[in-house]
Design a protein. Structure first.
Length: 103
C-alpha cells in the first residue's frame, strides 16, 4: 500500500512537472505572439502617421502654391496698372519737365 501511495505521489509529481512545462511553453508562445502583434500594431500606426503627415504636407504645398499663384497674378495686375498709368502720364510729365527747363 505504501508502495502504491509512493507511486501515486511520484506519478502526480511527474504529471505536475509535465503540466508546468506545457504551461511554460504556452506562455512563451503567447508572449511571442503578443510581441509580434504589438510590433505589427506599431508598424501600422507608424504607416498611418506617415500617410497622414504626407497628406498634410501635400495639402500645405498645394495651398502654398495656390497662394503664390494668386499673389503673382495680383502683382502682375498691379504692374500692368502702373504701366498703363505711366504710359498715360508720360507725355504730361515730359511736357512739364520741358516747360520747367525752358521756362
Amino acid at each position: 500500500m505504501a508502495k502504491d501511495i509512493l507511486e501515486a505521489v511520484c506519478s502526480a509529481e511527474q504529471e505536475c512537472k509535465t503540466l508546468e512545462a506545457q504551461a511554460k511553453q504556452e506562455a512563451q508562445a503567447q508572449l511571442s505572439e503578443a510581441k509580434r502583434e504589438a510590433a505589427e500594431l506599431v508598424s501600422r500606426a507608424e504607416q498611418k502617421a506617415n500617410d497622414e503627415a504626407q497628406s498634410l504636407f501635400d495639402k500645405a504645398k498645394s495651398d502654398g502654391q495656390a497662394m503664390a499663384d494668386a499673389a503673382r497674378k495680383s502683382a502682375e495686375k498691379q504692374c500692368e496698372e502702373i504701366s498703363l498709368l505711366a504710359d498715360k502720364n508720360r507725355k504730361k510729365v515730359i511736357k512739364n519737365a520741358v516747360n520747367y527747363l525752358v521756362g
